[in-house]
Design a protein around this ligand. Structure first.
Ligand code: PHE
Ligand code: NA
Length: 500
């Protein structure tokens, strides 16, 4: 079981990979709308508070666990407590689910790079997306296959598996060293272009004009913490895994601050770019920004194509920049999710990297390729995404934080561990942030979304479909975690955390 862990080539390599994981589709298509919808400029206050009182403290927690216990989530938690490995396996289960559908969105975006050049969507991008491209059918059992999605999806998986097979330093680190600077450049060009569109100011005004009353609204705070948890991808083991490859002497708190603020900066930049563009759309069609503002799939695959078609110059380039940014942001996140599963497999079985990538990485790819490029793919994706976020990630983060802070009372020793090698020293506030603020906000989010779940069916889907697909994946990830933890680890683990 004790194989030599690979290490990052440098601190910058680790940081770029951590930033690459955090910066994903959510930065581009989720943050701008959440901010707009929750008080605009005034949202930045709860958002910053959430970043400092929960986001960065959680990042530090995951870095400290990975660094101190030197393992993927199942191994790290097992080294914390014999029976805690189930928490790590649960996180692995969540990663399997997310990876399977996240890849599909990247595949769509990759296709849209090509579509942008010739504006294949014609004058009805919505009909094109749902009809011609995705061939969406009724929710339920799979009725037919969609080859236009199949091939790009195969390409995405092939690329991700090759990167993982090359290893932490030669694969993951090198990919992020190329992709993150490239993403920043492409995206900056896009944002600057957007700022020169007619109506850009209108959009920025809509995004940033503060509604100060929002600050006294509890749901705005839930939204702020929700965005921070989602955006930093904390709570399901990615950062534990990445930090397990750190050198013994690594600056944990400094890295968490850099990664946290880099992710937020990219989000705010995306807010500017997206709303400048929406302002142009509103102005050119003579409606209020309110009527065109949206997020997610609708923003990227319907609104943006509409906007691109309206541009009189440089339309193709604008589209290429936008969809290439989505692809790059998505791929670096996908790499990090699959690495959790690969690393856990290696830790558990002693398998070498290549067979681990081929079996479990290939297995996830196969599931993804079998289920999602189908007439029902969009429905599965939509429901799986909603449920795994609310009752996978949020619930797992809640349980992990409560167990670590209160069950095992581990915060003081992890704090001492982080302080041994870090530049910014953790004070008592860190324990308050993780022991009190974070579980309270996560608990509130859970309660809030459960209430809505029973209030009305998510997106109008039938009970049966939500039960099978939504609750199915959320509970399935946990069951998978429990099952995986039942196999006893062979041999004795002679590991002792070094420093304390
Ligand atoms: N945090 C990423 C984002 O903001 C999303 C993500 C989800 C990344 C799951 C990794 C895993 O888009
Ligand atoms: Na993010």
């Amino acid at each position: 079981m004790q194989h030599q862990r690979e290490q990052w080539g440098s601190r910058a390599g680790f940081l770029l990979a951590a930033i690459g994981s955090a910066v994903g589709l959510g930065n581009i298509w989720r943050f701008p709308y959440v901010a707009y919808d929750n008080g605009g400029g005034a949202f930045l206050l709860p958002y910053l508070v959430a970043l400092l009182t929960a986001g960065i403290p959680l990042l530090v927690l995951e870095y400290a666990i990975g660094h101190r216990y030197h393992g993927s989530p199942p191994l790290a938690f097992r080294r914390i407590h014999r029976r805690a490995s189930v928490l790590g396996w649960w996180q692995v289960g969540i990663c399997v689910v997310i990876a399977a559908y996240y890849a599909v969105i990247i595949a769509w975006a990759a296709r849209y790079i090509g579509f942008s050049v010739s504006q294949d969507w014609g004058d009805d991008p919505e009909a094109f997306l749902l009809g011609e491209f995705l061939e969406v059918g009724e929710p339920g059992a799979i009725t037919s296959y969609v080859s236009g999605v199949f091939w790009p999806l195969v390409a995405v998986w092939a690329f991700v598996l090759v990167v993982l097979a090359l290893g932490v330093r030669r694969g993951i680190e090198r990919a992020n060293r190329v992709f993150i600077p490239l993403l920043v450049v492409l995206f900056l060009v896009l944002v600057v272009r957007a700022l020169f569109l007619d109506g850009a100011a209108l959009g920025l005004d809509a995004l940033f004009s503060p509604d100060w009353d929002a600050i006294t609204d509890g749901s705005v705070w839930v939204a702020a913490y929700g965005q921070i948890f989602f955006s930093l991808s904390v709570g399901f083991g990615i950062m534990i895994t990445y930090a397990s490859h750190l050198h013994r002497r690594s600056d944990l708190t400094g890295s968490a601050l850099v990664a946290g603020f880099a992710n937020s900066s990219f989000e705010i930049l995306a807010g500017i770019g997206v709303f400048a563009t929406l302002g142009f759309m509103a102005a050119s069609s003579g409606v209020a920004v309110d009527e065109v503002a949206q997020s997610g799939i609708g923003l990227a695959f319907i609104a943006f194509p509409q906007i691109i078609s309206t541009l009189t110059s440089g339309a193709g380039l604008f589209g290429v920049l936008f969809f290439a940014s989505l692809v790059i942001a998505g791929v670096t996140s996908l790499i990090s999710i699959v690495q959790v599963v690969v690393s856990a497999t290696q830790d558990r079985t002693g398998m070498r990297r290549l067979p681990a990538v081929l079996t479990v990485g290939g297995g996830i790819a196969l599931i993804s390729i079998l289920i999602f490029p189908t007439a029902q793919g969009l429905h599965y994706l939509d429901v799986a995404d909603h449920f795994i976020n609310q009752y996978g990630i949020v619930l797992a983060a809640f349980v992990v934080v409560v167990v670590v802070a209160w069950g095992l009372r581990l915060l003081p020793s992890l704090r001492a561990h982080a302080n041994l090698t870090s530049t910014v020293r953790l004070g008592g506030w860190w324990q308050v942030a993780l022991g009190v603020v974070t579980p309270v906000m996560l608990g509130w989010m859970l309660w809030d979304s459960l209430r809505q779940e029973f209030d009305q069916n998510y997106a109008g889907y039938s009970d049966g479909f939500l039960l099978a697909v939504g609750w199915g994946v959320a509970i399935g990830a946990a069951v998978l975690g429990v099952l995986l933890s039942l196999f006893p680890w062979r041999g004795r683990d002679t590991f002792v955390p070094a420093e304390l």
